[in-house]
Design a protein around this ligand. Structure first.
Ligand code: SF4
Length: 428
């Protein structure tokens, strides 16, 4: 039985060298296809064609909701038993589906072929298919491919795979001077707020990846500095680095403190002076702190466990610990990328129990022993845990909701305080 680790405000900070429980066992996570749900909303002229089974079609339809009035920008080419006759047949079938789609939908400028798990699909070489189809439909539509297979990806890794596929197609930057690239899908409203703050600081040359339209792919070069806005983009960061882009180490823009530290890294890299930074960030930061104070009153001292799901767990743990004064029991993450997470890990108490990967039964045993006030977990685990009397929060909500930046700090805190408030009402 694991011991509950007592945490006090006098904690020693920094768990960069804290031993990590590494587990390989039964997992309970979505596959990378899930990323299509937020990516198709972001890149407005892209289409995501899942090359998969009926299960894949069902997953994205039910997760995204059926769109009745809009033309959907994702679909599934079902490759099933019928196509087992031969790979040539499957390629022909795929080419036919793509041609029909692009004839019908002239608005599609970027088409992603998204791979999945069925063995019929694994046998298909989707990157070659994408090259072939790109040549055929050039210049109107570019075709790229990536894998969203549940064998290879957990749900936020789908975005990483998508952006890593997009990176080699980014044009080379010819303009001179420093340029900032903010990487990771953010809600438009968050992008607009961050853009305003950066401009007020005097940072003019910046872009977001992914862009809102594929025709506006940002140009990158050796003067480009990239700042990750999402923590699950290790492969994309590697691809960018191979193009000469320098990655800035920063915590993630969650909460008043996280957003300030994230912006500070950009400000320092662009030589923004301290007084200007303070002047630009003072008012929004105060608003964020005020909105957090209300939630802190409710959450201070409450214990929390994160089960591995979205790779947002470590930055979220830093936020709830540092800004809401919650007690961290276990912080589980599907993958721990120590370099990317270093600025977050150094702000967690040294006693934090970190776990990487998952062995579901063992982790649930630790929850039973710890009895956390709140468990952040995947959709599939929430109901069984609630039935056992735990209070849960679906981690997928933390991916779908705009939570980054000053103005969203209160909304982010509410995602943790609401389930506990609901529980109190139920008990009362
Ligand atoms: Fe399709 Fe595999 Fe995801 Fe299931 S886990 S929906 S088969 S890609």
């Amino acid at each position: 039985m694991n011991q509950v680790i007592p945490i006090s405000r006098a904690d020693v900070l920094g768990c960069a060298s804290t031993p990590v429980i590494s587990e390989k066992g039964q997992r309970e996570v979505f596959c990378g296809l899930t990323g299509i749900i937020w990516l198709h909303r972001k890149i407005q002229d892209a289409f995501f064609l899942v090359v998969g089974s009926r299960t894949c079609a069902h997953l994205i339809q039910s997760a995204a909701g059926v769109m009745i009035f809009a033309e959907p920008r994702f679909g599934t080419a079902i490759i099933d038993e019928r196509d087992l006759a031969g790979i040539a047949d499957a390629n022909e079938e795929l080419d036919r589906v793509v041609s029909e789609l692009l004839t019908r939908r002239q608005d599609i400028k970027l088409l992603f072929l998204v791979g999945s798990c069925p063995s019929e699909v694994i046998k298909l070489d989707l990157s070659r298919a994408a090259e072939r189809l790109s040549r055929r439909h050039s210049p109107r539509t570019r075709v790229l491919s990536y894998s969203g297979s549940g064998i290879e990806t957990t749900f936020t890794q789908g975005e990483d795979a998508c952006l890593a596929a997009l990176t080699p197609t980014l044009p080379a930057r010819t303009a001179r001077g420093k340029h900032l690239l903010i990487v990771g899908t953010l809600a438009d409203v968050v992008e607009d707020q961050l853009s305003t703050l950066l401009r007020k600081m005097g940072i003019e040359h910046f872009d977001f990846l992914p862009p809102r339209r594929s025709a506006a792919l940002p140009a990158i070069g050796t003067d480009t500095l990239c700042l990750l806005a999402q923590p699950f983009l290790a492969n994309t960061a590697k691809q960018l680095e191979s193009r000469g882009v320098k990655r800035l180490d920063a915590p993630f823009p969650l909460g008043a403190e996280g957003t300030t530290q994230w912006l500070q890294v950009a400000a320092k890299a662009f030589d923004v002076d301290y007084s200007r930074f303070e002047e630009v960030t003072r008012a929004p930061r105060q608003r964020a702190e005020q909105s957090l104070a209300r939630h802190r009153a409710q959450l201070e001292g409450k214990s929390i466990t994160f089960l591995p799901d979205s790779q947002l767990e470590i930055p979220l743990a830093r936020f709830v610990y540092q800004e809401l004064h919650m007690k961290l029991l276990e912080v589980g993450t599907p993958y721990l990328h120590r370099q990317i997470m270093a600025p977050e890990l150094e702000q967690l108490p040294s006693t934090t129990r970190l776990s990487e990967g998952q062995s579901l039964e063992l982790q649930l045993d630790r929850c039973d022993a710890d009895q956390p006030d709140l468990i952040v977990c995947g959709l599939g685990l929430a109901n069984p845990l609630e039935a056992k009397g735990f209070t849960t929060k679906w981690s997928i909500e933390l991916v779908f909701t705009p939570i980054q930046g000053y103005e969203q700090a209160g909304d982010l805190a509410a995602l943790f305080s609401r389930p506990l408030a609901r529980k109190l009402k139920l008990v009362a």
